[in-house]
Design a protein around this ligand. Structure first.
Ligand SMILES: Nc1ncnc2c1ncn2[C@@H]1O[C@H](COP(=O)(O)OP(=O)(O)OP(=O)(O)O)[C@@H](O)[C@H]1O
Length: 302
């Protein structure tokens, strides 16, 4: 990853009346980085993104986007940035290819570039299909294609995977990874913790207008220093024997399973292996959900 900064956001605030939608947010995004802003509904993700893109003026704070100020509207930046808003707007009664050609014409994009972008987002087969007849996932891919058609250096995507079924979400992950592989910087918002964990180089966890933590997902989880949970089918082992195992810190039982929390999984797992109780065993390590719980004291509800 290159080290120069594609985006630098410093101390931004924005109030809607009495509501502090963005309350002192700062972060830098490196060139080529996949940067995620993660948080529940109303956390301030969209407002932060809109300020970074230059669509909204902050009450205070500064933004440098590709070395320039995006506000007041900076025409020189437009060919270098791609923006996908939460609600996509398309032209009426055009096919997928025609939508892209129309957006591309604003930037003098060639027909071969339109084909290339259709291919990149996996819509070559649907090029002649009316936008209104695309599935939800295909429409999302088309709106990402519109943000990419002029080959920008940095692309902003606001919840591109919201409201998609699991398969369509995963297909879109592949598209986003491919966009990054082509050297683009991606700044995107999501309320899916699992997704941020697999896609992002770094994530900023936002809540109530503030960034509570910012790091690579794996580091956020590791710094939590949370227990690993080893889950057995109920009846595989009596609870009192489980408590006596090496490394077993806590043991809990419900109707279906027996859960052993441990900070030293290796001796615990070998003791279980010696007893022949590995059938159906599951091991769960901490996730970003646990990080959110630790940071906010409440369960994550997207
Ligand atoms: N134009 C507006 N006028 C007044 N309040 C607003 C406006 N836009 C957003 N808000 C409020 O500001 C807060 C932050 O909103 P924002 O859309 O930035 O959050 P978000 O994290 O993107 O949420 P979501 O995941 O639902 O899109 C919310 O409480 C929202 O209700």
């Amino acid at each position: 990853m290159a080290t120069s900064s594609a985006l630098s956001v410093s101390g931004i605030h924005l109030n809607y009346g009495d509501l502090r939608a963005v309350d002192g947010v700062s972060f830098d995004v490196a060139e080529g980085e996949f940067f995620g802003i993660l948080g529940p509904n109303g956390a301030g993700k969209t407002t932060t993104l809109e300020i970074a893109e230059g669509l909204r003026e902050p009450d205070s704070g500064t933004v440098r986007l590709l070395g320039e100020s995006p506000w007041p509207r900076n025409i020189a930046l437009l060919p270098r940035i791609g923006v996908q808003l939460q609600a996509s707007a398309f032209f009426d009664r055009l096919t997928a290819r025609e939508q892209l050609e129309t957006f591309g014409a604003l930037y003098g994009v060639s027909a071969s570039r339109v084909d290339e972008v259709l291919e990149l987002v996996g819509l070559t087969e649907k090029a002649a299909t009316l936008e209104a007849k695309l599935s939800g996932g295909q429409r999302q891919r088309l709106s990402i294609a519109c943000a990419l058609v002029h080959d920008p250096d940095i692309v902003f995507l606001d919840e591109p995977t919201a409201a998609l079924d699991p398969q369509a979400r995963r297909n879109l992950w592949d598209v986003l990874r491919e966009v990054q592989a082509r050297g683009k910087t991606i700044v995107y918002t999501t309320h899916y913790l699992d997704e941020a964990e697999v896609l992002c180089d770094r994530v900023a966890i936002m809540d109530h207008g503030r960034i509570l933590a910012l790091d690579p997902p794996a580091r956020l989880v590791r710094d939590l220093d949370a227990a690993t949970r080893v889950i057995l089918e109920r009846g595989a082992l009596p609870a009192e024997q489980a408590r006596a195992l090496p490394g077993a810190d806590q043991v809990a039982e419900d109707d279906l399973s027996l859960t052993i929390s441990t900070r030293s999984p290796a001796p615990l797992l070998s003791a279980l292996a010696e007893r022949g109780t590995l059938d159906g065993l599951q091991v769960r390590t901490a996730t970003l959900e646990d990080v959110f719980l630790e940071l906010t004291g409440r369960e994550y509800r997207a």
